[in-house]
Design a protein around this ligand. Structure first.
Ligand code: HAM
Length: 438
């Protein structure tokens, strides 16, 4: 009977293994083997920014889509093509933030931070649906800086010198600074007219994107990556020739300051940046070592944005750096960064295993700052020692039933010279403090 039933059943196709789940294209995990390098970079930046009086602000990763449209600009690659935008279940139009400036301005207005000058910084992921390649990701990380309420060229100079100091701290030597001034709005209106007249003569040579931009946002044409337009763009009128007296004086004072600080600058009149909110100073730190994605840090002044987003007129300047690109350029290896524990506690035997976590707690209590990895899950001495060694720890603490009964623990150096030593449990932390210099 049973046999018959079995024969009558349709043959079952072998179960297909479920498709392996993968991270979204262009979005990457930062694995434990790499996280020490990230922490090192973030730590260097955090310490330096504190030294210049900057305070951290943390904004949400999601904002109203309108915030980015109104600040970055409708006719920009980011807003036109790259935002992750969606309607949430309540019908709100939201976007993953493609950058931090707009959110920071929104937060500063919303929380009334603009009554006095503010030096702020933030760190975190940004999202742009660009074509992924080396140095260009769909989720990437920035550390950004925004200053509100200061209009003079001194703060522009300070920000640029701050970045130079950071490159020194990070050991980066092959970066150069590109600088331009986008002038004030009235300067750009005059420039825009002449630029349109110039580009109009070459309509036939312009690609589709540039023709569209010529009608909507002609300065963006200067930003074109099309190599066929390079020559034409290089010969276009230069915005620097259109600066009014105030923007000119601001730019000249900044250039003098940079010269006084011994910083070599490449003035690049084609540097217009990919976001619409800038005026006057714009700059980028660029390297040749990363191929096409050479900008590691970029920013500038955006004196009109706070008012444009509903706040009272407040001058502002900031920049952001791409952490993936900086890490690609230079960072100590994970092995050079102190990622390994100081101690690895090995415990074999019923009593010892039961006590191991408590002994570890006692050491942590008495030696604040110690890095102690307590073996959990049992196993032979041999296998535990292998793990202790692989962890990179300096010493193994060896706890066996016999040692425990005698109130002792063995301390065995895993790196360099030195013999194993038996230490009274009561004396363990003092002994280790001496060995580890804690
Ligand atoms: P941004 O030039 O769009 O400016 O980005 C700043 C930096 O972020 C770039 O120089 C680059 O290092 C990094 N970055 C941008 N896109 C990607 C990507 N897809 N993959 C990897 N890294 C990338 C801003 O975001 C402005 N909010 C900067 C600013 C702050 N201006 C004033 N205040």
């Amino acid at each position: 009977m049973v046999e018959q039933t079995r024969v009558a059943m349709p043959a079952q196709a072998p179960a297909k293994p479920p498709a392996q789940l993968k991270a979204v294209r262009g979005m990457h995990d930062i694995l434990p083997a790499d996280s020490a390098r990230w922490q090192w970079l973030e730590g260097c930046a955090r310490d330096l920014l504190a030294g210049y009086g900057y305070r951290e602000i943390r904004m949400p990763l999601v904002e109203q889509t309108g915030l980015f449209r109104r600040s970055i600009g409708e006719v920009t690659d980011i807003v036109e093509k790259e935002m992750y935008s969606f309607e949430d279940r309540g019908g709100d139009h939201l976007s993953l933030r493609p950058e931090g400036t707009a959110s920071c301005v929104r937060a500063a207005i919303e929380h009334g931070l603009l009554g006095q000058p503010q030096r702020l910084w933030y760190a975190g992921p940004m999202f742009r649906r660009e074509r992924p390649q080396r140095g260009r990701y769909r989720q990437f990380h920035q550390i950004g800086v925004e200053v509100f309420g200061l209009s003079g060229p001194d703060i522009d100079l300070e920000q640029i010198l701050l970045t130079r100091r950071l490159w020194e701290a990070l050991g980066l030597t092959d970066l150069h600074l590109e600088l331009n001034s986008l002038g004030d709005p009235a300067d750009r209106v005059r420039y825009r007219e002449d630029l349109v007249a110039y580009l109009d003569q070459y309509r036939d040579a312009l690609d589709e994107d540039s023709l569209r931009r010529l009608a909507t946002n002609p300065l963006r044409v200067l930003d074109s990556k099309n190599p066929l337009l390079r020559e034409l763009i290089d010969a276009a009128p230069s915005l620097l020739d259109y600066l009014g007296s105030e923007a000119r004086a601001h730019f000249d004072a900044l250039c003098r300051g940079l010269e006084g600080a011994g910083l070599e600058v490449r003035i690049n009149p084609r540097l217009v940046r990919g976001l619409d909110y800038y005026n006057r100073t714009v700059f980028e730190w660029v390297t040749d070592a990363l191929g096409a994605q050479g900008a590691v840090c970029a920013g500038g002044r955006y004196d009109g944005l706070v008012e444009q987003l509903g706040g009272r007129a407040t001058p502002a300047i900031g920049f952001a750096m791409g952490l993936e690109r900086l890490l690609d350029l230079s960072a100590p290896s994970a092995a050079d960064l102190k990622d390994a524990p100081d101690l690895y506690l090995v415990a074999v035997g019923e009593q010892a295993e039961a006590r191991a976590v408590l002994v570890a707690e006692q050491v942590r209590e008495q030696l604040p700052g110690v890095r102690l990895l307590c073996h959990c899950g049992g196993g032979s001495f041999k296998s535990q020692f292998k793990k202790a060694d692989r962890s990179g720890a300096h010493f193994a603490l060896v706890l066996g039933d016999e040692e425990l009964a005698g109130g002792q623990v063995s301390v065995k150096p895993l790196r360099g010279e030195g013999a194993q030593e038996s230490v009274a449990l009561a004396d363990l932390s003092r002994n280790l403090a001496g060995k580890l210099g804690l």
